[in-house]
Design a protein around this ligand. Structure first.
Ligand code: HSE
Length: 403
């Protein structure tokens, strides 16, 4: 029997207990032994909850218990999760986590501690919630050279953008509604400013490069400036707007950025709606592959943690390779990334078009029905450095969205 401890009995932690107990029959069969939750660490007590007698408040009870071979870290945040994880790994206990903040900040160090102590640091749930993406990167895709990842990696912002598109509602209105329904955090900054997606693309890019892509080096732009009118233009152009975590290797270097993007309605990512996540991967032998599903939520995320628990239980004393070194990966300046730009301009299109065409040769123009005081154009592909230089000579630009 493998005995497990769960750190943090919040949404994901309680989900982990539920998955282990509800699916105990198939889990036992697949592991070859039973998996049971011996402890739940939390500051609170849970009277009346089936786990009430297993709640402990002192982490040493867990880390000093030789029967505990696997720890699920579902606390979130850096502290004390970082210290707890290190202590567990040093004691040879595998740790399975949903904590993307900790993985993005200290992943390679924790992996190397796990390696030295013949155990595992698994983090499938840290990116894409319940969607299998870390294990495909570490196992099924290891024969591939991955050159591009485009991911809708944040459920909250995808929900907000989907609602704005469907209902023509403003960002603030939809955010408020999402907060009231509990879909968005009371402090939504990490989601709406793209930091959450930034951590997730940093983790995926680190696995691609085998070196550490620091979250702080990932350029992030959130969705707060997206307006309902942007969706009107998008519809007219046969496009939609998504917050995309992009990893790309070009002749200019390696890029990792998170920004809103206009994407074609034929793209598989266009069909990823509401709280769902989707990750489109391009690699040199397989071509495109897509990973889709619930990127957040109690049971989907917990399922990914428990999948890791099963992998840990099947590999006692055996560290499974994950190539992610602490060495910092040098990213290219995001301004060198080449792409097209959708640009909204205040003023009369007939009067301004010729001047804009002189600067942005090959631009295509679009105007909404019954609107005469603004219009938009789509540029040819160019780096953001080139775009900035050209855009500086046009006075009345209202907004720009990358494509
Ligand atoms: N806030 C995150 C999201 C939770 O909305 O996707 C899952 O990481």
């Amino acid at each position: 029997m493998a005995q497990v401890a769960v750190l943090g009995y919040g949404t994901v932690g309680s989900g982990v207990v539920e998955v282990i107990e509800k699916n105990s029959d198939v889990i036992s069969k697949r592991v070859g032994e039973d998996i049971t939750v011996k402890y739940v660490l939390d500051l609170r007590d849970f009277p009346g909850d089936p786990i009430q007698d297993r709640v402990v408040h002192d982490y040493d009870t867990i880390v000093n218990d030789k029967d505990i071979s696997i720890i699920c870290e579902t606390m979130g945040g850096i502290n004390p999760a970082y210290e707890f994880t290190k202590k567990a790994l040093m004691a040879g206990k595998s740790v399975c986590t949903s904590n993307k903040e900790l993985v993005a900040a200290h992943g390679p160090e924790l992996i190397s501690i796990a390696k030295a102590n013949k155990c595992n640091y698994f983090f499938e749930a840290s990116v894409g919630g319940g969607i299998p993406i870390i294990r495909p990167f570490n196992e099924a895709l290891t024969a591939e050279k991955i050159d591009c990842i485009m991911g809708i990696l944040n459920g909250t912002t995808n929900y907000i953008l989907s609602k704005m598109e469907n209902e023509g509602a403003a960002f603030d209105t939809v955010l408020k509604e999402a907060q009231e329904k509990g879909y968005a955090e009371r402090n939504p900054e990490a989601d709406v400013e793209g930091y959450d997606a930034g951590r997730k693309i940093a983790i995926l890019a680190s696995l691609v490069y085998g070196e550490t892509v620091k979250f702080e080096d990932v350029f992030t732009e959130g969705i707060t400036k997206i307006a309902p009118v942007d969706f009107e233009y998008a519809k007219k152009l046969g496009l939609t707007i998504k917050l995309i975590g992009l990893e790309k290797e070009t002749s200019e270097g390696r890029f990792a950025v998170v920004t809103p993007r206009l994407i074609g309605s034929e793209s598989p990512l266009a069909g990823v709606k509401d709280v769902f996540n989707g990750i489109l991967v391009h690699s040199n032998m397989l071509d495109y592959s897509m990973y889709y599903g619930r990127g957040a939520g109690k049971l989907p995320t917990a399922s990914a943690v428990v999948g890791d628990v099963i992998a840990a239980a099947k590999n006692p004393g055996n560290h499974l390779t994950c190539v992610w070194e602490e060495k910092a990966c040098s990213l290219a300046d995001y301004k060198k990334l080449a792409q097209k730009y959708f640009v909204r301009v205040a003023g009369n299109m007939a009067e301004l078009k010729a001047d804009i065409e002189k600067v942005f040769a090959g631009a295509s123009f679009v105007q909404l029905d019954n609107v005469t005081d603004e219009f938009a154009f789509v540029t040819e592909e160019m780096t953001e450095l080139e775009y900035d230089k050209k855009a500086a000579s046009i006075n009345n630009i209202k907004s720009m969205i990358r494509m």
